[in-house]
Design a protein around this ligand. Sequence first.
Ligand SMILES: [Fe+2]
Ligand SMILES: [Fe+2]
Length: 311
Amino acid sequence: MYRMIQLESLIPETLPGVSLFINHGGNHVLYKNQTHSFTQTDKERLIDNNVKFLFVKAVDMSTYNQYVESNLAALMNDENLEPLAKQNMLYQASVNYVQEIFDSPAVSIKQNVDRCRNLIQNILNDVMSSDGVMPALSSLVDHNAYTYVHSVQVATYSISLHVKAFDLSRDELMDVGIGSLFHDYGKLYIPRVLLEKPGKLSAAEFTEVKKHPVYGYSTLKDLDIFTPVALGIVKHHHEKENGNGYPDGLSSYDIARSSKITAITDVFSALTTNRSYRQALSKESAMEIMYGEMDGSFDMQYLNTFRDSLN
Ligand SMILES: [Fe+2]
Ligand SMILES: [Fe+2]
């Protein structure tokens, strides 16, 4: 199995060891072996030949995704790239992350895989081509690439869980997609040093970080493109069933279902991703924590549905 990647997203001489393929009359032909470096001349030659996409093997996608994650901010700031190219790249990167979630045996969603994946990619495409969304998303990437990758994961899981738990229209799923994609948007206003700090935050630092739902909510509200459902997710994804969450300390019946669901997928994404201070946990260990020491935080019905939807 091969996955399509965008030529523009490759910075010459920086690509990690993955083999690259080109499409030749419908077949995937080896273009460059993993031991050979990808040079500026290679890139120019491909552009001259009107090649826009290359292919990598599906097994190499996580290496490629890590590469994109660490270079995305640089690409977004590259003055030689057209805005449209940046938009495509960001979309492509998101599609890759969605793909990775569905491909990975460690953390995957089992039912209606193809339908769900296509739906999510379509929704992300629509979300991202809405007015004003792309610049907002690019600034988030620029501020903290991890937050962006995490956001795509949360959007993917949240849409999937909504599909599984309810019978929703496409517009309703769009709201969930946009709200969960932007749930951490307020982190743009939290200093990078805090977001990237290895180890535990001090009490004062944590107080600062906890302001992100309100920062995100007030900024996005002013953009006038988000619905109340989407804005609710941004503001209330850290509320807990037992009332111990923030910013409003809401409990159970006062929390909207889309916020309850995003609270679950948010924690799951964070626990199952590699961070500078901690290795990614397996989905079993993540679930153990969510059912165990985080008991009381989540809506049990949705948590059970989520657990059942994972392979
Ligand atoms: Fe958050
Ligand atoms: Fe989050």
